[in-house]
Design a protein around this ligand. Sequence first.
Ligand code: NDP
Ligand code: 8X3
Length: 263
Amino acid sequence: LSSIFKSNLYIQLNKMKTVLITGATSGIGKATAFELAKKKYNLIICGRRKERLTIIEKELSRFTKVASLCFDVRDKKAVFSEIDSLSGEFKEIDILINNAGNAHGLDPVQSGDLEDWDAMMDINVKGLLYVSKAIIPEMTKRAKGHIINIGSSAGKEVYPKGAVYCASKHAVIAITDGMRIDLNPFGIKVTAINPGLVETEFSKVRFKGSYKADNVYKGYKALQAEDIAEIIAFALSRPAHVNIADLLVFPTAQASSTIVKRG
Ligand code: NDP
Ligand code: 8X3
């Protein structure tokens, strides 16, 4: 009997946490999935590009247990039905990493594109809220959990031609602070990680594939997706009484959104 008890206790103590990562098909989200897979977290990876999800799921499953969900965070119904479809050990989500998002366009407010504005507000802000709403009630029920929202240095300061992207990331930081307050009675950790320039597909999306994207990371060493993944893993690895509430990280060459030492 005592050996059964001991082995059950061992399983309980060593139950690996389950992490859901949005935007895991590229950049920061993908690097975070690999970093956490190597640390043996169970993973639920999300994104819209099904082919990429399939390949990444296969690669990650060399290290850990993985499920994938294919949905657009703007699609309220899909967000809830996909998350509701999770079963077994993927049902209990311990950690939510709200990472999906992008900038769309870089234009002065007087000539900005309405479609771009909708995309940034609908994905970066409303999408983050939908995913959170689908997951938080289970966390409050169990009175435990950790939510990491990927904000940006653009959530701390506004730069020229970036009014709407910066507004969306200011909103992410406000929502993060609000979550931390409301979820405080439940002992749920809430963290904002706010990177400066990270070399990912971000600028390709912002400039819609234009050559302009190539210039963004030229002449200095930008942050790499893996740098942010390591910071996320560090935040997750803090003891129960420690919550990294809000973290700003720049490449050494960057002093602010508009000051970057090149060459
Ligand atoms: P990438 O373009 O490389 O990755 C963006 C990810 O978000 C992709 O996996 C994409 O997946 C997913 N995504 C985008 N739109 C949607 C959508 N509508 N529904 C579901 N998933 C979506 O960029 P990054 O890795 O750089 O960006 C990740 C986060 O980091 C974003 O929130 C971004 O704002 C933030 N950030 C980035 C910085 C940078 O300089 N790169 C700096 C500061 C913050 P798919 O297309 O398959 O759906
Ligand atoms: C991404 C960083 O400076 O391109 O959030 O807005 S920046």
